[in-house]
Write a protein that binds this ligand. Sequence first.
Ligand SMILES: O=c1ccn([C@@H]2O[C@H](COP(=O)(O)O)[C@@H](O)[C@H]2O)c(=O)[nH]1
Length: 244
Amino acid sequence: MKINLNPEAIPTKISTKISTKIIVALDVPSAAEAINLCDRLPEVDFWKIGLELFIADGVTVLRELKTRNKRIFLDLKLHDIPNTVASACRVATKYGADFLTIHAAGGRAMMQAAQAEVQDSSTQLLAVSLLTSISATALADDLKVGLEIPEYVSQMVLLARSSGLQGAVCSPHEAAKLRSLLGDDFCLVTPGVRPSGAAIGDQSRVMTPRQAIAAGANYLVIGRPITAAVDPIAAWEQICQECV
Ligand SMILES: O=c1ccn([C@@H]2O[C@H](COP(=O)(O)O)[C@@H](O)[C@H]2O)c(=O)[nH]1
C-alpha cells in the first residue's frame, strides 16, 4: 500500500477524524516536559498520563490538561485486592479523566468493586488484558499460561465485560477477534502501535496505525514514535497521514 506523504492531499475532515482516535502517551518525567509537549502539539486532543508522569507530577499535569480542555487517559494499571483498587478508583474519579486502567488479571471481584466506584462518574474503566510487551514465548515459558495469546486475551476481556466494564486495552493483533466477539459497543484501546519504519523497542505485539484501525480499535495509544522523535510535530502529522 502506498503511503500518501502530501498533507495537502488529505481532506481535513478525514485527518481530523483520525486524530481524534490517537491518544499520545506522555511518558516524560516532569510536568514541565509534559506541558511543553502538549503545547507544541495543539492538534492532539487526547493525552495519556502513565505511571512515570503521575508519580512525578500527576496532579499538576491533570490540572493543566483539564485547563486546555484535553481528554485524559489515566493509565495507572491498578492491580491489588478489591478494596484497595476500588478505593483508588473512587479517589481517581475526582480528576475527571476519561479513561482509567485496571488489570483484568486482578479478577472478577476486583473489577466489579472498581466498576461500582466509577459507575456514576465521567471516568470509564478499561481492563488491561495482556500487556503488549508480552510475547507468546513469555506468556507460555515465563508466565506458564496454557492458552495462546488470542484465547487468553479474549478470556480476560470477556471476564472484564461480565464484571461490568465496557472497555479494554489489547494489542492490535487481538482487536479484530475481540470486535467480532463483542460488537461495536465495547471500547477497544490499542497500544503496541508503530508507524512503518519506527523502532519497536520493548513492545512485542505491534501493528501500524492503519492496521490497528482496520482491525477495529476505537483508539490507538502512541508514545515514543511521537514524543521521542526529533520532530514530534512532523511525527504526529506523518502518523495521521499514514492512517488515511
Ligand atoms: O498493554 C499495554 C498497556 C499500556 N501500554 C502503554 O502505552 C504506551 C505505549 O507507548 P509506546 O512508546 O508507543 O510504546 C506506554 O505508555 C505504555 O505504558 C502499553 O504499551 N501496553
